[in-house]
Structures are given as structure tokens and as C-alpha cells.
Design a protein around this ligand. Structure first.
Ligand code: FAD
Length: 402
């Protein structure tokens, strides 16, 4: 169920293990929260990522699948990790890195059920750098510091090293398209699952147009959707309790065409909880596009994303006066109001318990669960989705031999 990275990877692996697979996808395209599109129709130089964008350090499975599918990665020419802070009290990356290190050390002392806000409140040094760090952590995690676990600061130091960033040449969705092409007629688009019944001998998966009977089902839909899926008999309460504790990030993206050439760049708006970048594509040239990513429910409300792109585009123009932006052609992508997503990705809040990673991957009966939210330390990321699909396919193998 679901043709995002996790569902397609699970199906591809399960097929490779000799299972007959059927992929049911509610949407009209594959890729889910990976969605690549030309901002200016027909102009491949303007391909943008409306969802997941950066291939980050340590993405083992993503590199492996890219190689296997004959795709390539292209340098973005800038680093996801290094963003010039603007708009707040003056600070710099060195000061931010120093505060991030201290935040990480403090988080280790208090444990993950203490919020980021509580840890930050105990700091009285360098308020400008602290505020810039909080901005960055809140927008990345799509929630405010009082909701986020202080654990989001662990490893935040790597957030300041100029590690090169990459994207899939031609668009990240190429991975989903290539996997779907190999699965062929097994992938059914426009086929929303409306309910799942399961028993010791198999499962019945209901859609608007019929019922699919199978030996097992892998549910790879986002957590925001999974919580509301009718499942009979219901999953064990300890599992649904973990589903309830999972925290849903609120993030959105904005893309604006550029009228004049520019250089690679990355700039953070400290007060408005978004960052912007210009980046190279596979041609090695900077795309004529300004990319922006913002997060937390409160920041998105202040950017008035429910009214369209205008307010955010204006804020981008204030932040980046050096760029010649075609503001009227700004394109906004929101995810929380998308019924097939309901969130941007899962985030670590104070309500998440240590045992949840294990509960989220536990099968019940012949029902298995995959998706980025089950990716443990890789959750929230394309890498987590791919790893979860592979893990679920191997669990299926265990069921088959029971
Ligand atoms: C704005 C944004 C920016 C991001 N940036 C990055 C980044 O830079 N780097 C990174 O690694 N990751 C990033 N991510 C995260 C990444 O996109 C996800 O972790 C990953 O794509 C999730 O894949 P998935 O298969 O778990 O879920 P999805 O991609 O959501 O796939 C689930 C599929 O289930 C389908 N579905 C839903 N309901 C039903 C139903 N009833 N019946 C059938 N099908 C259904 C959906 O249509 C969807 O296709 C970002 C995400 C967002 C939203």
C-alpha cells in the first residue's frame, strides 16, 4: 500500500525474493513525498523538488539504489549544512556551531524527554547564535522548540561542516519512476486503499473499486494517514499507542524563478524560520531558481501559506535583495493539507518513547509496516523510507516461512 520510496522499494525487493506483488497507490503518480517537477513547464533547467531534496551524508541505501537503477547523483554546488544566518541579531556560523555543540552536550545530560526549549532556556551565553540555532532546528524539524525533544541537537555539529550535498540528476523522483518501471503492471495508480482486514491465512485490502486478497500486506502510507486507516482486527494497543506518540512535522517549500544568473548560495532567515538556496544541477550550472524551505506550524502560519505564496515570496525578497526574483511566478507546496501525506515527515518530540522505534516496525498478523516513520535514526528522510522498504520485504520473507 503506497508507491512512495518505501512501498516501491519493498515491492521491488519482495519481487526479487520471488513474491508476486501488487502496489496500490491512491495518487496519480509514484514518489509520494518525493515529487520533482519543472517550475517553468518544459524547461528542465528549472526542475525543482516539491518534497525531498537533499541526499545527505551516509545515505547508503540511496546510493546503492541509484547505482542499481543506472541513475546518477549531481552536486548541488552548495552545502545543505552551511547557511548564512540573516535577519536576526548579528551572528556567524562559527558562533552557531559553538552553541550547537553546547546544546548537544546539554541534551545528552538531560535525556530525550526534555524539550529543546527547556534546554535552550538554561543557556545565557550568545543569545544571537542561540536564536539562529533554534531557528535552524525548528524549521528543519517542522515543530517549535517546546514540542521538539532536545535530542534533535545531537549530531547538530555536522550541521555546520561544508559537506557537499547532492540530488538525483534530473530529479529525485527518478528513483520512484525507475523502480515503478521495473515493477510494470504491478503498480496501480489512482487506487486508494480504504480498509484492511486480516486473519491467520491472509489479508483483504479494500479499495473503492474492489478487494485484493493476498498473503500479506505492507502498509507504507505516512503516519498521519495510517492512524486513520480502518484495520480489522485493530492493531495491538501498544502499537497504536506508539502511532499516537509519533509526531508529525509541518514543512512547506517555495520556488521562485530567477531573472538573472547567480552563484550557489544558502541563506537562513533567522526570524522567519525558513532557509533559501540556489544550486547547480547536473549541467554544473546554477539553476535559474530560488528554492526555499520553511517549518513549524507557527512559522507557516506567519508566512500565510494557507493564502498562497505571496507573503512568503515577499519575505524571500526582503532576505535576498541581491537576487532578481520573479515573485509573481512563485510556486508553493504544502504537505500537511495533502490528504495523502498529512505531514511533511516524522520528527522527534518529547512524547516519543525509547521503545517506539521497535514498536513501529512490529508486524501484527500478516500486516507489516514500512515508511520513513519506521526508519529509526533515518526516519524523516528518503534514506529511512528506502531502508524501511527493504526491512519490510525481509520481514515478509519471515512470514512466508512461518
Ligand atoms: C517538504 C519536504 C522536504 C523533504 N526534504 C527531504 C530531504 O531534503 N532529504 C530527505 O532525505 N528527505 C526529505 N524529505 C522526506 C522524504 O520525502 C520522506 O522521508 C520520504 O519520501 C517518505 O517516503 P515514504 O515512502 O515513507 O512515504 P510517501 O512518500 O509519503 O509514500 C506513501 C505513499 O502512500 C500513498 N497513499 C496515501 N494514502 C493512501 C491510500 N489510502 N491508499 C493507497 N496509497 C496511499 C501516498 O500517495 C504516497 O505515494 C522531505 C519531505 C518533505 C515533505
Amino acid at each position: 500500500m503506497g508507491a512512495g520510496f518505501s512501498g516501491l522499494m519493498a515491492a521491488f525487493d519482495a519481487g526479487g525474493l520471488g513474491h508476486e506483488v501488487i502496489v496500490l497507490e491512491a495518487g496519480e503518480r509514484v514518489g509520494g513525498r518525493v515529487w520533482s517537477q519543472a517550475l517553468v513547464p518544459g524547461d528542465d533547467r528549472t526542475i525543482v523538488e516539491r518534497g525531498a531534496e537533499f541526499v545527505l551524508d551516509g545515505y547508503r541505501e540511496l546510493h546503492a539504489v541509484v547505482d542499481r537503477l543506472g541513475l546518477t547523483l549531481a552536486s548541488a554546488g552548495m552545502s545543505y549544512y552551511v547557511r548564512e544566518p540573516r535577519g536576526g541579531a548579528p551572528t556567524d556560523l562559527g558562533s552557531m556551531a559553538a552553541i550547537a555543540r553546547l546544546l548537544g552536550q546539554a541534551a545528552e545530560r538531560v535525556g530525550p524527554d526534555t524539550s529543546l526549549a527547556e534546554v535552550a532556556a538554561s543557556f545565557d551565553q550568545d543569545p544571537a547564535a542561540l536564536e539562529a540555532c533554534l531557528s535552524r532546528l525548528e524549521l528543519t524539524n517542522g515543530e517549535q522548540a517546546d514540542v521538539l525533544s532536545s535530542a534533535v541537537t545531537l549530531g547538530a555539529m555536522s550541521g555546520f561542516l561544508p559537506i557537499p550535498s547532492q540530488r538525483v540528476a534530473g530529479g529525485n523522483q527518478g528513483i520512484a519512476l525507475a523502480l515503478a518501471a521495473r515493477l510494470g503492471s504491478a503498480v496501480h495508480l489512482d487506487t486508494a486503499v480504504t480498509g484492511v482486514e486480516h486473519g491467520p491465512d491472509g489479508v483483504r485490502v479494500r479499495t473503492a473499486t474492489g478487494t485484493v486478497e493476498a498473503d500479506a500486506v505492507i502498509l507504507t502510507i505516512p503516519m498521519a494517514v495510517l492512524r486513520h486507516l480502518p484495520i480489522n482486527p485493530a492493531p495491538p494497543p501498544r502499537i497504536t499507542a506508539a502511532w499516537g506518540r509519533a509526531t508529525l512535522g509541518h514543512n512547506a517549500k517555495l520556488h521562485i524563478p530567477l531573472r538573472a544568473p547567480t552563484v550557489p548560495s544558502a541563506v537562513l532567515s533567522v526570524p522567519h524560520r525558513f532557509w533559501t538556496w540556489t544550486a547547480t544541477d547536473a549541467s554544473g550550472q546554477v539553476q535559474p531558481v530560488l528554492h526555499a524551505f520553511g517549518g513549524s506550524p507557527q512559522a507557516l502560519e506567519r508566512l500565510e501559506v494557507d493564502q498562497g505564496p505571496a507573503t512568503w515570496a515577499r519575505r524571500v525578497a526582503e532576505l535576498r535583495p541581491e537576487l532578481d526574483l520573479e515573485l509573481d511566478a512563485a510556486e508553493l507546496t504544502t504537505w500537511v493539507d495533502n490528504p495523502l501525506a498529512g505531514e511533511s515527515y516524522s520528527v522527534t518530540s518529547t512524547s516519543v518513547l525509547a521503545e517506539d522505534n521497535e514498536l513501529l516496525v512490529q508486524p501484527f498478523g500478516r500486516v507489516l509496516i514500512a515508511g520513513e516513520h519506521t526508519g529509526a535514526e533515518w526516519s524523516g528522510l528518503m534514506e529511512g523510507a528506502l531502508r524501511s522498504g527493504r526491512r519490510a520485504a525481509s520481514q515478509l520473507q519471515g512470514l512466508a516461512t512461518q
